[in-house]
Write a protein that binds this ligand. Sequence first.
Ligand code: URA
Length: 435
Amino acid sequence: MRMTDLIAKKRDGERLTTEEIQWMIRGYVAGEIPDYQMSALCMAILFRGMDDAEILDLTMSMMHSGETLDLSPIRGVKADKHSTGGVGDKTSLVLCPMVAACGAKIAKMSGRGLGHTGGTIDKLESFPGFVTGISEERFFENVNRIGLAIAGQTAEVCPADKKLYALRDVTGTVPSIPLIVSSIMSKKLAAGADVIVLDVKCGSGAFMKTAEQARELAEGLTRVGRLAGRKCAAVITDMDEPLGFAVGNALEVKEAIDVLAGRTEAGELLELCLTLGSFMLSLGGLAADEEDARAKLKATIADGSALGKLAAMVEAQYGDPRAVYDTSLLPAASVTREVPSEASGYVAHIEAEDVGLVSMHLGGGRATKESAIDLAVGVVLKKKVGDRVEAGESLGTIHASDAQKAAEAAALLQKCYTLSAAPVEKAPFIKGVVR
Ligand code: URA
């Protein structure tokens, strides 16, 4: 086989065979196919697309390029969740304990934050002593005993995706649905769950900017998941403003705990967790239907069992579980500063990506994979889209390590807000579901 022939085939709109796709991924990981040829193929895929069988072949070839997790030592229904990445997205911290409290088994591999988006692994490290790099044996033991473990991704999962994603990032080939689907699903399938739910973000803070693109991606992801023999559903959610109120690691953990403890009003974060969780439980046969699942999930907040699951997981991963019940034990910034609105009006838009960058400016995010982060810093928004704000009233609170950084971040946060003189009708948060 010759890579030039495969590039020409795809350039001319033909389909690639299973053997061709397997050969190409194997050759690329082995270093036998150079980056320039793989870039050309990615660009041809971006323009010509792939059918479902090709996407499945690509996904499976990428999945088999590295280790896959065999979850058979875990008893029960294994469920997993994936988000395409957003700002203030602490969904896993709320959802996983709730679903585990309903009897599902969550053996979750999560990533660290990069750029303006955060990662669950960094957030969990806000619990003093928490270890994300536990052994496989302990990981399985914890899931069997507690129902829940969240560990860092190992380097051995999907090396083809690591290499290909880095190449796509510098060749303008990230926004290709077949390439995104195979990238996400190869990792999710490698993680071994029977039930996979996907949260596809849509809007200015997401890489799918329109509802049509997000739906196409959500349908592609669930189709490939089902073709691979897993139970799959997806939710398309708004990322035209950050999710919830807090952006920053320990601040997001505190918000998640407040939701699990039933201390906050039922907002979008809880609604998202109830929707994703109801798919996980009903697809996994742990609830009669989605309505029954929602009732079971809500009960885990009312009876404290979801919070108990979080505390048990923190303890089993060597963290201090007291922080779950007393959030003053989480890392806290030395300086806080309110951010006054410069004008009166209604909040029309909050640029999510820029709020993520404010947190990054404060030291809460990474510019490169190697950067150290400050878990305590970030932003807690007080005004969200649709809210009325008066001039001088606080838009949010900056949590910083020094006064200079707090002042700079305050000026940046003001710029994230767009106000309107007329009342603003908030668009629905859940833009669609794919069952
Ligand atoms: N996230 C991934 O893991 N892969 C992509 O291609 C895009 C987003």
